[in-house]
Design a protein around this ligand. Structure first.
Ligand code: SF4
Length: 343
């Protein structure tokens, strides 16, 4: 049988995205109190920071390129603020050292962590990016807006990528013009907009008192590719063959437990028998979720290959071209996360 060459077959291994791993940092503490936050909604805040033993000795081997099959895009996100535990910087450093591309979801306020991270080797910083969640009203209440945008300027100057993202909530509606203005002035473009979900209800509906049409009309004002794609698939059950569990997966960075997806099957503990090959196993047509609420990452990176032709890239979800032509993603990051994982 003649095998037709795919785009990915022409890419050198050093440029190819092999897998996406969504890493959960098990912390539910946060220095902000946004009412739309999923932890606030479920009353799960606490002030304790987890302790991760010996992560500096584990991560490089557990996440080696050899074990994972190549270079991966690793996303780090907590239930609270990802950069609160000091160990998060160790995890980031070790993943970059291992050769991966790392995105950190953060509220951008823990300045001392950026002080540490932005001193990492220049070559590594090109593979590091920050998803700067923009909690406008909390930053304003705590007088942290200036510090937040100063951090973005430092990130940019250090050669990292970033993306500013707003969780739209009804409380922000009177402030839309102010939000757009402050982002234009300080980040060069207006923020991206996600779709908030109500985690207190079955099927995770949109977190709003507006009708869906009103909601779309309101938040389309940001002209955000992230919002346009998320809302287009929000609430839609995915029935196609999904490679979550192989191309994409989730891991608890505290325990090492690897799963196919948030509600998928447990695959293995990657901190035990640390050199043992990982037994990847795609979830197939058995997605247990009522909808793929993080489709903007999983599906744009190619978890359901049948959708690739009609799905934008993950780079589209994160990048913005500024008024002066600068971009939020560095060329290296844009090329890497602009691919589809093809196995
Ligand atoms: S469709 Fe989405 S939520 Fe379902 S298994 Fe695949 S990636 Fe996970």
């Amino acid at each position: 049988m003649i095998r037709i060459k795919r785009f990915i077959d022409f890419l050198p291994r050093s440029l190819r995205v092999e897998r996406m791993i969504d890493g959960f940092v098990p912390v539910t503490s946060c220095n902000l109190r946004c009412h739309y936050c999923y932890v606030t909604q479920q009353g799960q805040f606490n002030n304790e920071l987890p302790w991760f033993p010996h992560l500096d000795k584990i991560i490089g081997t557990a996440f080696s390129k050899k074990r994972l099959g190549g270079i991966c895009y690793v996303n780090l996100c907590a239930a609270g603020e990802t950069l609160l535990p000091p160990e998060t910087t160790v995890i980031i450093r070790e993943l970059l050292k291992a050769g991966h591309y790392v995105w950190v979801v953060t509220n951008g306020t823990i300045t001392k962590r950026f002080d540490e991270l932005l001193k990492l080797p220049k070559g590594w910083l090109k593979r590091l990016a920050f998803k700067m969640s923009f909690h406008y009203l909390e930053l304003k209440r705590l007088n942290l807006l200036e510090s937040y945008f100063n951090t973005i300027k430092r990130i940019r100057k250090a050669g990292c990528s970033f993306s500013v993202e707003l969780t739209p909530c009804d409380e922000y509606i009177p402030h839309i013009k102010d939000i757009q203005k402050i982002c234009m002035e300080n980040a060069g473009a207006v923020c991206h907009v996600t779709v908030g979900r109500d985690t207190t209800k079955d099927r995770l509906p949109i977190l709003t008192g507006l009708s869906k049409d009103e909601y779309i009309k309101m938040w389309s004002a940001f002209n955000s590719a992230l919002f346009d794609y998320k809302i287009s698939v929000f609430g839609e059950k995915q029935n196609g063959f999904c490679y979550a569990g192989d191309y994409t997966s989730t891991v608890n960075l505290g325990t090492g437990d690897l799963k196919q997806c948030y509600e998928g099957k447990w695959l293995q503990n990657i901190y035990q028998n640390i050199k043992e090959p990982i037994k990847w196993e795609p979830i197939g047509c058995n997605c247990p979720e009522s909808h793929c609420y993080n489709a903007h990452a999983f599906l744009t990176l190619g978890a359901i290959p049948d959708l690739n032709q009609t799905t934008p890239t993950y780079a589209d979800m994160r990048n913005r071209i500024c008024a002066d032509g600068a971009e939020w993603l560095t060329p290296k990051m844009k090329a890497f996360i602009g691919q589809k994982i093809e196995g």
